[in-house]
Design a protein around this ligand. Structure first.
Ligand code: NDP
Length: 594
């Protein structure tokens, strides 16, 4: 296909998928579906109610809480209480135990604190049980289990001006105070369902991929075969990053397996391989190797970067490399012309997507199925996927692709799913339909934060998120966040954002305590100045010409307040370099200490 025809095809496919209800097409797991959110993994344990005081309370026991806890412990601050809604540490890796779950970014840079823990990842892309075990390892090594509260949800956090601390209440009746609070609640932790007509009437079994029901399917997260599905007809709704990983396992296990597809994912090569211990020993010989690897990957992902080597070498860096090679062919003058640069990037993307589509033809035997599995959009319009067995799963005689041609499942009946007017009776429906991505702070954290003078975070952020460095907010003293927005905004390796923010926060807390202050707070002027700098950035994930999805607000215009969901205008490495200097010079410019 020539470029014009490809462009026209992209626009045509986008149109099919566009719908006026945008994000409202989804529903929360409430009422009849509330039990979908129950923890199937760890039983809830009774414990005493906490009415005490701690130095630091951290909301969220995933990578963010663990790495911040570790950095604090390294600085001698051990009075840290992590509050976590799951039954153990792990966050996303605690909940997502679906078959085939593994990291999509190389273990060497994705698993935090490898150097500190001495753990060698067993594969280039570690599987979920290994990642979960690594989380537990960090928890044990840094003593974070001692004070952690599991199966506990914060209900409210309010600043106590007189005592200069935060009061925290939880759904377990805890009511304690903390001098400092920090949060790493993650953007993708509230599962969602499609708002399909009849969904509540289905009489068979159903569950969401983030709470895998091994009691029903048989097997386990470690890969034991799901023998419970051998006599079952199963429908999976969704073909996003989660579905891509579990489809090969379901295809092998079910008597009949229907994959309900609305938009095909782009599935690039993965080439996972076991780690060679000799190679690992050599690669990790020098102190600080993991930081160097992370920075090397981030630098490689910078389309204008000048990384001389590519340590990770995978599908992520391949796209960026292709773009750099294109740019290198441009005359010098054109390298400053945004239109010429856009064209170079678009051409690199066309080539990459052509290769990804060609791979479908090479691997999928049935031409009609192959045609349906091809993604017609630019690669970064939706979350790129990487897998070696996904496409081959569709060669399995018991696997049936129900391509909805962009329209989605029509409705659900007592017996099964309806696609293009035809009912497919099934025993089980599995929802691989993702997570709520909202912009409302309370919605995502599940609790309200009340800052100085009784102002809530929702009120303060009514017109959009406001932070200094993505980490702290004026009017909310001694409070910090671990998340990428208004900071590096580096999505290809989220843990890189986490390790940097954790270091920044730990150093701020250490400085406040050592200098004998009780309060550290963002100055309004510094916050405003930072937001002014960020206003020079473009909104990376909101390209309206892309096929709809959560990257671009389902193709709907962005609400005004989302315009501040940006990163440093110089790109991720510019932020990481800047923040390292800011936190290391000992001045903590823009923070008031009292
Ligand atoms: P997604 O939101 O990416 O995917 C949801 C899927 O459900 C999409 O295919 C969507 O189609 C489909 N869907 C929704 N409604 C309907 C409907 N009515 N009919 C048919 N299909 C429907 O969720 P995931 O859980 O797959 O992934 C979420 C994110 O989690 C990823 O983007 C990634 O960031 C992260 N993740 C990371 C992994 C890793 O690093 N290893 C692994 C898994 C997830 P459509 O595309 O048309 O909207």
């Amino acid at each position: 296909m020539d470029r014009e025809a490809t462009q026209a095809k992209y626009a045509e496919e986008r149109e099919k998928r566009l719908r006026p209800d945008g994000n409202d097409q989804y529903q929360r797991l409430a009422d009849k579906f509330a039990h979908f959110e129950d923890d199937p993994y760890v039983p809830r344990r009774e414990r005493t109610v906490k009415k005490d005081h701690v130095t630091v309370a951290f909301i969220g026991g995933g990578f963010s809480g663990l790495v911040t806890g570790a950095r604090l412990a390294e600085l001698g601050i051990h009075d840290v209480r992590i509050i976590e809604k799951g039954g153990d540490f792990g966050g996303t890796w605690y909940w997502n135990r679906y078959p085939g779950a593994m990291c999509d970014t190389a273990s060497m840079i994705y698993l935090p604190l490898l150097e500190e823990t001495g753990h060698m990842p067993t594969e280039k892309y570690a599987r979920a049980p290994e990642i979960l075990a690594h989380c537990e390892r960090i928890g044990r090594q840094y003593g974070l289990y001692d004070k952690a509260l599991f199966h506990t949800r914060v209900q409210e956090m309010s600043w106590q001006e007189q005592q200069a601390c935060w009061r925290i209440t939880t759904d377990r009746g805890d009511d304690f105070t903390a001098q400092f609070v920090a949060m790493g609640t993650g953007p993708l932790h509230v599962p969602k369902l499609p708002g399909l007509s009849g969904i509540e009437n289905f009489k068979g079994h159903s569950f969401h991929t983030s709470r895998w029901d091994y009691a029903y399917t048989g097997g386990d997260a470690a890969g034991a075969p799901m023998t419970g599905l051998a006599d079952k007809k199963v429908a999976l709704i969704g073909t996003g990053a989660t579905a891509v990983q579990c489809i090969p396992h379901l295809a092998a296990a079910c008597k009949t397996f229907f994959v309900c597809q609305r938009t095909p994912s782009s599935v690039d090569f993965r080439t996972n391989e076991p780690t060679d211990p000799a190679w690992y020993a050599a690669a990790t010989e020098d102190a600080g190797w993991q930081q160097r690897w992370m920075e090397n990957f981030t630098e490689n992902m910078n389309p204008l970067g000048r990384a001389e080597e590519d340590l990770v070498r995978d599908g992520w860096t391949d796209l960026a490399r292709r773009f750099r090679e294109r740019v290198a062919t441009l005359p010098e003058a054109q390298r400053k012309d945004p239109l010429a640069m856009f064209k170079a990037w678009e051409t690199a993307d066309y080539d990459k997507m052509d290769a990804i589509r060609a791979r479908v033809d090479e691997e999928v035997k049935d031409p009609e199925t192959a045609a349906s599995l091809k993604a017609w959009y630019r690669q970064l319009c939706k979350r790129p996927c990487f897998h070696d067995d996904y496409l081959d799963a569709f060669n399995n005689a018991s696997t049936v692709l129900l391509d909805t041609d962009g329209k989605g499942v029509e409705r659900i009946t007592e017996a099964g799913v309806v696609v293009a007017g035809k009912e497919y009776p099934v025993d089980c429906i599995i929802y691989g339909t993702g997570f709520l991505i909202g912009t409302e702070t309370q919605d995502r954290c599940g609790f309200e934060m009340i800052g100085r003078a009784g102002v809530t975070l929702s009120e303060y952020w009514e017109k959009g998120m406001r932070t200094l460095h993505g980490v702290s907010t004026h009017g909310f003293p001694n409070a910090f966040r671990v998340q990428p927005t208004q900071a590096a905004n580096f999505i290809a390796n989220v843990p890189h954002n986490i390790v940097e923010s954790a270091r920044t926060i730990a150093l701020m807390i250490k400085h406040t305590l050592d200098a004998g202050y009780s309060v550290i707070e963002t100055e309004a002027a510094a916050e405003a100045e930072w937001l002014k700098l960020l206003s020079e950035s473009s909104l990376m994930l909101a390209d309206p010409s892309c096929t709809p999805g959560y990257y671009n607000n389902e193709g709907q215009p962005l609400p005004e307040e989302a315009r501040v969901y940006v990163g440093h205008p110089g790109g991720p490495m510019a932020y990481f370099r800047y923040i390292d200097e800011w936190r290391s010079n000992g001045r903590f410019d823009g923070m008031a200490l009292r």
